[in-house]
Design a protein around this ligand. Structure first.
Ligand code: ZN
Length: 443
């Protein structure tokens, strides 16, 4: 069979135009599985032609309409044609954009003021369609620039892209978002949501460009969650004049009113809550992330399990089993002091066992080390431990900084890190997370 593709344009003035986009040949006697239905290559070529037809017809319609003088209804003369390139997802097109002479109807003399009018000028800003710019920025935010430049070409008839233009477009989108943020007035709705703001914070390291003479850049990423809204942010402290004031803007955008207390959930790294403390001028409630505590408890539990499973273990099992089992319960219910006492007992018993029992020395030392790790983690964060059970179960409030870690995953692993080997300048890295959708979303 033969498939003919014909496109019909109906202009606003009622005239129609038909375009033949070509034909597909599918002789049924020779049909192979790989020639069944519409193929990607056919689709690309059809889409490219279709885009061309739509563009040319649109230009024609806009041009014809703008030739009519709005004052005297006369037809204005064509001054010249300018060649313009337009980059779209469906190909790169060189089009002729006409310019029109001004009409003399409004002037007393025959002298016309001002140059020719260009009715299509604002369609060719940045030589590309907004759709292309935004999708490229999105791909650029999620993958390496090279990959982002290459990917669309696999499925679409777009022209070959270069990684530098992806980078520039991403930078521009990020800058626009930054500008909007700084000028955005506070909405009334935002003020209502301000009842409880929680900031989830985490840090990550990304590779730095060689000219900055250091290996890594520290990135702070996080999420601010309000009543029914949230906002992701990321910043590289070296790249901004005042990281605190940037964070303050983000908080204000979610309705922070300079008075209420902000809750911060992060791991034990003191620089993270300090950033929020600087941003809000003091009133911060810092909660140690439960996940980080839980992991350390698990290390103790596993080490004790390993100790008890040793053949010929000579100690009294319950002395080790009991404290290990209760640790989690105590910490979950905010009884940190009792937990530290259990830990101390466990450490003392392990020390005794390590000297008495030759078989279990190594395992006992391991338990001791894990206990010491948890003990010092709790001790140095004592002020930030809460009754997690009550907060989580009874009040339904978050206790994990995993939401921030999700952002870190985006940056640290998929995007900037291990496998992709991208290197960043502080400025480039600072701009990056801004453009990752959903930058600001309703939850
Ligand atoms: Zn006129």
């Amino acid at each position: 069979m033969e498939v003919r593709i014909i496109v019909e344009t109906i202009f606003e003035n009622g005239t129609t135009k038909r375009h033949r986009l070509g034909r597909l040949s599918r002789p049924f006697r020779r049909t192979q599985p790989e020639g069944f239905g519409l193929l990607l290559e056919d689709a690309k070529s059809i889409l490219g032609q279709l885009q061309n037809v739509i563009l040319l017809d649109q230009i024609e319609e806009i041009f014809e309409a703008s030739r009519i003088c709005p004052d005297c209804d006369g037809v204005r003369a064509i001054h010249d044609y300018r060649s313009r390139v337009l980059e779209t997802f469906f190909g790169r097109f060189q089009v002729k954009a006409p310019r029109i002479r001004r009409c003399v109807c409004n002037t007393k003399s025959d002298v016309v003021l001002g140059g020719p009018l260009s009715p299509l000028a604002h369609f060719f800003s940045d030589r590309s369609t907004p759709e292309l710019r935004h999708l490229q920025a999105e791909f650029g935010a999620r993958h390496s620039f090279r990959e982002a430049a290459r990917m669309p070409k696999t499925f679409l008839p777009c022209a070959k892209q270069v990684n530098t233009s992806v980078r520039k477009r991403l930078g521009k989108v990020a800058k626009d978002i930054d500008d909007i943020q700084q000028t955005e007035p506070l909405g009334a709705a935002a003020l209502e949501d301000a009842s409880a703001l929680t900031v989830f914070l985490d840090g990550a390291q990304i590779r730095c460009k060689p000219e900055y003479l250091k290996r890594h850049l520290d990135v702070v990423v996080g999420k601010i969650v309000g009543h029914n809204k949230c906002r992701r942010f990321g910043l590289v402290q070296q790249a901004v004049l005042s990281p605190a004031s940037q964070l303050r803007q983000d908080l204000c955008a979610l309705g922070w009113d300079h008075r209420q207390t902000v809750t911060v959930i992060s791991d034990g790294e003191p620089a993270l809550p300090k950033l929020v403390r600087d941003a809000v001028g003091g009133r911060v409630r810092h909660i140690l992330d439960w996940w980080h505590i839980s992991m350390r408890i698990q290390h103790v539990e596993n080490a004790v399990k390993g100790l008890l499973q040793i053949r010929g273990f000579s100690g009294i099992p319950v002395l080790f089993k009991r404290p290990a089992e209760t640790l989690r319960w105590y910490l979950w219910h905010g009884k940190a002091l009792t937990a530290t006492t259990s830990l101390q007992w466990l450490m003392v018993d392990c020390a005794r066992l390590a000297t008495d029992d030759r078989v279990a020395t190594e395992a006992a030392r391991r338990v001791q080390a894990r206990c010491r790790d948890l003990y010092s983690y709790i001790a140095s964060n004592m002020d930030n431990l809460i009754d997690y059970g009550q907060r989580y179960r009874s009040r339904g409030l978050p206790i994990y900084s995993s939401r921030a870690e999700g952002c870190v995953d985006d940056i640290g692993n998929t995007r900037m890190g291990k496998r992709r080997r991208m290197r960043w300048s502080p400025r480039g890295a600072h701009r990056w997370p801004l453009s990752v959708p959903p930058y600001s979303t309703v939850v």
